[in-house]
Design a protein around this ligand. Structure first.
Ligand SMILES: [Zn+2]
Ligand SMILES: [Zn+2]
Length: 234
């Protein structure tokens, strides 16, 4: 039921939403009479991902010249990853909050933050969220990636499905995450994917095993290109 309410709210106009949800700074809680996400001070101090691998957005220390990282040299199923923020507080706290409790105001704030920090000229045909397994979806009641995707890009193409339940990636060491998600996804309707440009959306990218497997399956189904958009990169 709760996820139905979110889908309903996600379809409303900005004006109606601003009236229903008066806006407070996402970070310090200060009331924002003009609306928006963050007060100017908090906006200034966001952990922006400034120096990174141009393919997978892996963060580099300051001063390292941008270059494709070792994992990207051997080729990736996605053309690039857009990850405007580092997975550190307060962004990591917001993402955790969103995962464990449905909070429409937070989801809306994060999706606007994501959209605002992505390139303007972004072009795609389909917006595909990383799916949750049926059991986890049932337990949680909503898919935070689908909520983000719908709110940030105004459309949702849930054509990727989990074909088997896997333990959460966050509970496994990095070395086991690739194997954990192998053959865990499939495309529902290949005719919809063929020759299309896909924007694959998730909340956070850590080792990249999940988005890599999703992108691989989408390309195998005929997608022309897969671009990944996540809020934060670890
Ligand atoms: Zn603030
Ligand atoms: Zn890379």
């Amino acid at each position: 039921m709760r996820s139905n309410l979110s889908s309903f709210l996600a379809g409303l106009s900005e004006r109606v939403l601003s009236f229903l949800f008066p806006e407070y700074c996402l970070s310090c809680g200060r009331y924002l009479p003009e609306g928006g996400l963050l007060c100017p001070e908090c906006e200034e101090s966001l952990p922006i991902n400034r120096n990174f691998c141009p393919v997978c957005a892996r963060p580099y220390p300051e001063g390292v010249p941008p270059h494709p990282c070792g994992d990207c040299l051997s080729g990736r199923p996605f053309s690039r990853v857009l990850a405007p923020f580092l997975y550190v507080p307060p962004v990591s706290d917001w993402i955790k909050r969103l995962k464990f409790a449905e909070d429409f105001t937070l989801a809306r704030g994060l999706s606007r933050l994501l959209r605002k920090h992505l390139p303007r000229e972004l072009s795609f045909d389909l917006v595909v969220p990383v799916p949750l397994g049926r059991k986890r979806l049932f337990k949680r009641g909503f898919n935070q990636s689908a909520l983000l995707a719908r709110l940030a890009f105004g459309r949702l193409d849930e054509i990727l499905v989990r074909t088997r339940e896997t333990p959460p990636q966050s509970e496994l060491p990095a070395s086991e995450r690739g194997r954990n998600v192998r053959r865990a996804f499939s495309v529902k309707d290949e005719t919809r994917v063929f020759a299309r440009r896909v924007l694959l959306v998730d909340d956070v990218m850590t080792t990249g095993a999940t988005v890599e497997e999703c992108a691989r399956v989408l390309r195998a189904a005929g997608a022309r290109e897969v671009t990944v958009a996540v809020l934060a990169r670890a």
